[in-house]
Design a protein around this ligand. Structure first.
Ligand SMILES: Cc1ncc(COP(=O)(O)O)c(C=O)c1O
Length: 352
């Protein structure tokens, strides 16, 4: 066997572009358009670089207890990772080890099948209905685990806490993972269900609501036995993922949650404006409970619109995939950015 044949071949996840184009309105990776807050700024200023020769606190106790008290949980119910992508990667490795397939929606975060491919996890996708909603009864079948984002991405649709409870009740022997990356833009977290269901794991991120995609912090909330197993797996891989500066910044962010909520409210208001404006232009869309919208136009090709918008300096996300290749996912930016986008779309629709 040649050395080339010994290499692992995987098809990686491809994230949205991060181009460095001047004055680009970047609405393609669901980043928050607002500043992470004055407390984060101060924490960075006050950071003592003298601690950098030392490894970071491996338990990140300070950050863990901020998160635990915010959700009224114990410290040993919190798992920290380097972005929720890392938390997800370790969750797939730790939690999905049965023989039956794991289940997730056919249209969802496109990293999930990548982890399955990487770890050779058997999976089955469950089609969303024609309105891109989850049908709860479809999750009442044999499985080795269930995962879905709530709200879902890229659809923006959400299911209620009662529906999640129905899934948990039916699947007492499977770990059910709810990826709540976008929950704080108007959704209701299912964190209260942790009191009743030991097999529930919730994953959250600092990247969206907390405007900290650049610092790479994510976490899982769950019962202490699952969390302990996640730490065992993480410590078999990298025992110091949360660097000293990220720990300090994460704490400052949790101290500034009121300010961060104000930003989320601004995003929601701008989302409402954008939905109304685009509907007036003939767009159709799912109900969004997130910081993005998922839109289609009956008379205009989505890929052409994507390219024309890019030429005008507005970058949105286009997925060339079955069922959604006539949709665009548009991150909600500032009010000013969205007004500009609406004006440009108006012009583009007139031309075609
Ligand atoms: C549904 C979902 N989960 C998780 C993530 C990962 O977020 P991060 O790794 O920045 O925490 C994303 C990123 O866009 C996402 O859309």
């Amino acid at each position: 066997m040649s050395w080339q044949e010994k290499l692992r071949n995987v098809e990686p996840y491809v994230a949205g572009e991060q181009p460095k184009i001047k004055d680009l309105i970047k609405l393609n990776t669901n980043e928050n358009p607002y500043h992470p807050g004055s407390l984060v700024k101060q924490a960075i200023k006050d950071f003592d670089e003298g601690v950098l020769p030392l490894y970071p606190n491996p338990d990140a106790d300070g950050l863990k207890s901020k998160i635990a008290s915010y959700y009224e949980l114990e410290n040993d119910q919190v798992f920290l990772g380097n972005g929720s992508d890392e938390v997800l990667a370790l969750t797939f490795l730790t939690c999905f080890n049965g023989e039956e397939p794991i289940l997730f929606p056919d249209i969802t975060y496109s990293f999930y099948p990548v982890y399955c491919d990487l770890y050779k996890i058997n999976f089955k996708t469950i089609p969303l209905n024609d309105q891109f909603k989850m049908n709860i009864d479809d999750y009442k079948q044999k499985n080795s685990g269930i995962i879905f984002p709530n709200p879902n991405a890229p659809t923006g649709e959400m299911i209620g806490v009662d529906a999640i409870e129905e899934i948990l009740k039916f699947n007492q022997e499977s770990i059910v993972v709810v990826d709540e990356a976008y929950i704080d833009f108007g959704g209701t977290s299912c964190v209260e269900l942790l009191k009743k269901y030991d097999q529930l794991l919730i994953i959250q991120t600092f990247s969206k609501f907390r405007s900290l995609a650049g610092i790479r912090l994510g976490y899982a909330l769950g019962n202490k036995d699952i969390i302990a197993k996640l730490y065992d797996v993480k410590n078999s891989f990298n025992s110091y993922p949360i660097d000293s500066l990220a720990q300090v910044i994460g704490c400052a962010s949790f101290d500034d949650t009121d300010y961060i909520k104000e930003n989320a409210n601004k995003v929601i208001k701008t989302r409402e404006y954008t939905v109304k404006a685009l509907k007036e232009l003939g767009f159709e869309m799912t109900d969004s409970y997130t910081n993005f919208i998922f839109v289609t136009h009956p008379n205009h090709d989505a890929n052409i619109l994507f390219t024309s918008l890019k030429e005008k300096g507005i970058l949105v996300r286009y997925f060339n995939k079955p069922r959604i290749n006539q949709h665009l996912r548009i991150t909600i930016g500032t009010q000013e950015q969205m007004e500009k986008m609406v004006e440009i779309i108006k012009e583009l629709l007139k031309k075609d």
